[in-house]
Design a protein around this ligand. Structure first.
Ligand code: HEM
Length: 359
């Protein structure tokens, strides 16, 4: 029976060809190999987000009158609802952390160099989309902290020159953060961003599949000098290693979800006084803290506008990184790029901690 089904499918889908391809596929093995599993962990967490997100959708209600109560219902009445909500919240945060780790590991291993420029570009776009997921998802429980943080967060978009006012109204669905903002964020979170992610992730993974895994420049040099770099079969060896890392990620996630429940806080009230300690999610803290430190005017230009423009320039530089580092394309070391990467990591860590302590 199984053979029959396989033969039927094989005739239509060329499964034997696919099986032969997977059986032949190999992955290079060297002392930096561990960093090449970070993308796989990120992918696993995307899977967790999709599965838990769909389950939350069954009970969540996207209106100012019902959102908070529906989340309260999920965590207190729906069977295992508390676990699903905790997993979704923690996994979303771990996902962004792992995307950053993956970004910096591909950065320092120069995996973006020719011919993988587009893998990098789709990766950076995916990170921005993941941060968009975090920003839009934060408001959905309609609690006090998220409400005021979203007010501040969307307000910052107003500092963009020329289109600032339009951007704020576009994000909020009006002049202020209201139920219309919630409905809008919901649409962005469950339809627009998932659609964009599907396309970007599809291209990212297709490119990796087509081009195979890169090796770091140091290993490439040894290869060019005639040394044979060991390879391991993709299936089952590499896949099993990947799964082992997923298992570790799942253990961390389960421990966080069980022992550190995600708080719900008080229901949002537009007329309540602004609570103390308003701050965004940790991955926006470095930017938030930087904006707070810039004086209100620098050389006659509004400080916040200058900061926001600075971040936009940094985002564009990050996106076009493979095209700037011409030395990497030729396999030559580039100390300025390495130094910029190290400074970026230090800046992000120091300012995130600073922002956390200062809030
Ligand atoms: C949702 C987010 C992402 C997912 C699910 C994802 C997934 C993956 C996977 C499974 C791989 C193959 C294994 C590996 O090399 O780690 C990979 C490779 C790669 N990713 Fe990502 N990635 C994401 C975001 C990013 C980001 C933010 C960047 C950097 C800007 C990036 C750049 C790359 C590059 C350059 C490679 C090729 C590595 C090589 O061939 O050596 N990815 N990604």
């Amino acid at each position: 029976m199984t053979q029959h089904v396989f033969a039927w499918l094989d005739e239509r889908l060329d499964l034997s060809g696919l099986r032969a391809f997977i059986a032949e596929k190999t992955v290079p093995k060297h002392r930096h190999s561990v960093w090449y599993y970070m993308g796989g962990i990120t992918l696993f967490l995307v899977g967790v987000q999709v599965a838990t997100g769909i389950l939350l959708l069954l009970y969540y209600r996207p209106s100012a009158g019902e959102a908070y109560e529906s989340v309260q219902f999920i965590v207190s009445h729906v069977e295992f609802g508390w676990l699903i909500r905790n997993l979704h919240s923690w996994s979303g945060n771990l996902l962004i952390l792992m995307a950053f780790v993956h970004l910096f590991s591909t950065f320092f291993l120069r995996a973006y160099r020719k011919p993988r420029e587009l893998t990098w570009v789709t990766g950076v776009l995916l990170l921005f989309v993941m941060m968009g997921f975090g920003f839009s998802g934060y408001l959905l429980p309609w609690n006090e902290l998220a409400f005021f943080a979203t007010k501040v967060g969307t307000g910052i978009a107003g500092a963009v020159p020329l289109v600032g006012d339009f951007l704020v109204r576009f994000l909020r669905g009006g002049d202020d953060v209201t139920g219309a903002t919630l409905t809008r964020f919901y649409g962005i979170h469950v339809a627009i961003l998932p659609a964009i992610t599907t396309v970007l992730l599809g291209v990212h993974l297709l490119l990796i599949q087509r081009q195979g895994m890169s090796v770091p420049p140091s290993v490439e040099k040894r290869e060019k000098a005639g040394e044979t770099i060991p390879q391991e079969p993709f299936f089952p060896n590499y896949v099993l290693h990947d799964v082992m890392w997923w298992y570790v990620a799942l253990a961390v996630l389960a421990a966080l979800a069980l022992f550190l429940p995600w708080e719900l806080g008080k229901k949002a009230d537009a007329f309540a006084s602004v609570p103390a300690g308003i701050r965004p999610e940790w991955y926006f803290l470095a930017m938030f803290q930087t904006l707070k430190l810039i004086p209100s005017h620098v050389l006659g230009i509004e400080g916040e506008m200058l900061g926001v423009m600075g971040f936009n320039v940094a985002a564009v530089l990050l996106l076009v990184m493979p095209f700037l580092d011409r030395r990497a394309a030729d396999g030559r070391p580039n100390r300025i790029v390495t130094l910029a990467g190290i400074l970026a990591v230090i800046y992000l860590i120091v300012f995130t901690i600073y922002g956390y302590l200062a809030a």
